[in-house]
Design a binder for this molecule. Sequence first.
Ligand code: CMP
Length: 140
Amino acid sequence: MAVERTLSIIKPDATTRNLTGKINAKFEEAGLRIVAQKRMKLTKEQAGVFYAVHKERPFYDELCGFMASAPVVVQVLEGEDAIARNRDVMGATNPAEAAEGTIRAEFAQSVGENSVHGSDAPETAKNEIAFFFSELEIVG
Ligand code: CMP
């Protein structure tokens, strides 16, 4: 296993319910270190660029509107096997299918308002981290 970095977003449904600390505790309990973090309010256009891979999907407009509806907390998580580990901690995209104890099982409200995003592969992680952070802002 290698030490990796992954991009995490705590989504508007979670920031508005004041769940940032509870979600961060889940990452830290799983051995992930928060090596960069900032709270931002995305525009719908910025959300659209970030999620461009989904632009042909029927939920794209709803997804971008939701991501711009309230603040998000963007983060870089670091640790052994961080990309897969974070996906384990998040649980399945649809909270109805998420394993007990995962962030989405405990906090997500629906498949759209599912509290967190995490990169799905090393190349995606690299690009998603660079979308939000400069190297100077990441302190391991
Ligand atoms: P995320 O991991 O951020 O990646 C893409 C997002 O699209 C996903 O989490 C969901 O929040 C969202 N999404 C996926 N399927 C649907 C759907 N059927 N309706 C609304 N949003 C969806």
